[in-house]
Design a binder for this molecule. Structure first.
Ligand SMILES: C[S@@+](CC[C@H](N)C(=O)[O-])C[C@H]1O[C@@H](n2cnc3c(N)ncnc32)[C@H](O)[C@@H]1O
Length: 302
């Protein structure tokens, strides 16, 4: 989890790991688990998008840009019951997950998938939409403002662009866990901020921009710009899927950030990752999951 509240460890990047090295497809099960854990947030988010579109406007075509395994794609299809929803992603195997999930949930007839690499793919016949959703994908493209500009151009007049970016770093452990130095999560956040910066700098066409998402949406020509945040609040004791999610997150943190952490913190991570240890993340009674997802929206003037 980055401080940018990416939901999967695949989004963490180390020195020398360029964007193209990220193996999103290997993350399919983890991304889907993460998405499913966030369903209590995704449903209300889609309902809020429907409100923001307005009662007089029916979404006929919806794009999910950087759709991952398509958990939100199906939520969008369920919420916008008349709409064709197209999942767009650079990872073909994740698009297959999206298709399979939509079939299982009974919305397959209205869910399409499209393989496209951003940003080039945005100018390549994606077609227009009444609603464009993009969660935690824009920050994986060098020119974030350029992507928002391109997405805004794909909107029909009166259409809504919604990007889930920013938010808060998730919390899942108390400050003092009885092992190692208190404040592990804050130090992991700091290490991840550093890595995020390197990841952004290594992206092709990397451009720095003040990450003021509402201002960026306005610069893309959108109006009625708005932000809202939903909280995922899974208190202790956690169930199995949330523990599996955290174990995968911490595994990735250990792999990607071991060198940035001091020996004491690495030891603590190893304890948390020990599947047999009562104090490991799979068993400890104090683990929880608190995660804030912020969505920024804007409307293309009619
Ligand atoms: C962090 S995941 C987010 C998945 C999903 N939207 C979510 O919120 O759970 C980022 C997704 O964006 C896709 N992605 C990242 N960079 C991309 C690019 N340049 N072009 C196309 N897809 C990209 C990845 O394949 C992955 O599915």
């Amino acid at each position: 989890m980055t401080p940018h509240n990416d939901s999967a460890p695949a989004h963490q990047h180390g020195h020398g790991h360029q964007h193209g090295d990220l193996d999103w497809e290997a993350m399919a099960a983890h991304l889907e688990n993460s998405g499913e854990l966030h369903l209590p947030v995704l449903g209300p988010t889609a309902a809020r998008l429907s409100e923001l579109l307005g009662p007089d406007r029916r979404a006929r075509r919806v794009l999910d840009i950087g759709s991952g395994p398509g958990v939100m794609t199906s939520v969008l299809a369920e919420t916008f019951a008349d709409a064709e929803v197209v999942a767009v992603d650079g990872a073909p195997a994740l698009l297959e997950h999206t298709r399979g999930r939509a079939e299982r949930l009974g919305v397959g007839a209205r869910v399409g998938v499209r393989h496209a690499e951003l940003p080039e793919g945005l100018d390549d016949g994606l077609g227009t939409a009444d609603l464009i959703w993009s969660s935690k994908a824009v920050h994986h493209v060098g020119d974030q403002q350029g992507v928002l500009d391109a997405l805004a151009r794909l909107l029909n007049p009166g259409g809504l662009l919604a990007v889930a970016e920013g938010g808060l770093p998730p919390r899942f452990l108390p400050r003092d866990i009885g092992t190692g130095r208190p404040g592990l999560q804050a130090r992991l956040d700091a290490a991840q901020e550093h890595w995020f910066e390197i990841m952004r700098a290594e992206l092709p066409g990397s451009t720095t921009v003040v990450e003021d998402w509402p201002a960026m949406l306005r610069r893309a020509g959108l109006t009625r710009v708005h932000s809202f945040t939903f909280l995922l609040d899974l208190p202790a004791p956690l169930g199995g899927p949330a523990r599996t999610f955290l174990h995968a997150q911490l595994t990735r943190l250990r792999e990607m950030m071991g060198e940035s952490l001091d020996a004491d913190d690495v030891k603590t991570l190893d304890l948390l990752l020990d599947s047999d240890a009562p104090d490991g993340i799979l068993h400890r009674p104090d683990a929880f999951l608190l995660s804030a997802t912020t969505v920024h929206t804007g409307v293309r003037p009619a």
